[in-house]
Design a protein around this ligand. Sequence first.
Ligand code: ZN
Length: 361
Amino acid sequence: MQSRFSLNLGKPFGIKVSVHWTFSLLIVWIIFITVNQGLEPVQILMHILFVLALFACVLLHEFGHSLTAIKLGGKVQSITLLPIGGMANISEMPEKPKDEFIVSAAGPLVNIIIAVILWLYLTFISSADLAELEYGVITTNNFLVMLLAANLFIVAFNLIPAFPMDGGRLFRSALSVYMSKLKATRIAKDIGQIFAIVFIFAGFFLNPFLIVIGFFIFLGARGEYEMMKYRDILNNFTVKDIVKTDYEELDENESLGTAAEKLMHISNRGFVIKSGGEYAGILTKNDLIKGLNVYGKEGSIKEVVNENIEKVNPGMTLFDVFKKMQMNRYDIVPVLDNDKFKGILDLESINEFFLIQNATR
Ligand SMILES: [Zn+2]
């Protein structure tokens, strides 16, 4: 969910934190609702502050997952805040069921800790009488109580045993102790989808928002199972098994026009660019078209060649490469063995390979 339209909040612990642009829609919606209720500007501001405080808790929740994953040997690239919640982009998840369980539990645990701290403060330090408070709108008096309740809601919601919620992962990792991860995921997916259907039906009678959540769970469950099928097959193969050696190559001093002309006759996603016979980078179709826009046909390949596309080595498992390519949106990556160029790998051929293996097993 990384997008150009995200607001960057910095990189604490090496994790890129950003707010997705759709988040602004949530704020607009809050303003719309509160203005419609005829609230005072101060009260409207209170509601906005509340949403921001809530999302600060969501962010801490994601940090709970992320820092635990890193502690257990995983890698986390980014955290994105969306109107529906936070999303930690964990590129390498600890594989052991026990570790997955701990990482999944760490998020909701953060919200439980926040709730306990708020409860302690409200009970022992703050002088407000909770029974006397009104809860129709958010005010300075009930702000913390509402935040406590919201944190408990986050915990309850996340413990629903369905993907993509934490509960789905907790459930899967518990099942994985007794069966293969693929089978555990299938069961977790089926149960998640039953929940989803119940949510969608209930949404028609109770709250339309449940319909949205239902679809979200339904697709999340399917996505997770698909990913696990890929993992189950692609983990058994390495880059070496399907590296492509019939790539098209061009010299960096050739023109973009030459590349464009050649592109008409090949099925590849891009070219391997060489400089003095040595590997120098990849020219993707997209970069070629962008380059033609800027430099025209006479422009040199040198101007647009991507030297920074992540290199993969022949020993890497296909699943690791697949994840990396999906995450970084690469269609094509160069394969290098100790700086020696071996060929290319493209997403399309990994997909084809998966489909063939999946159909014949
Ligand atoms: Zn979570």
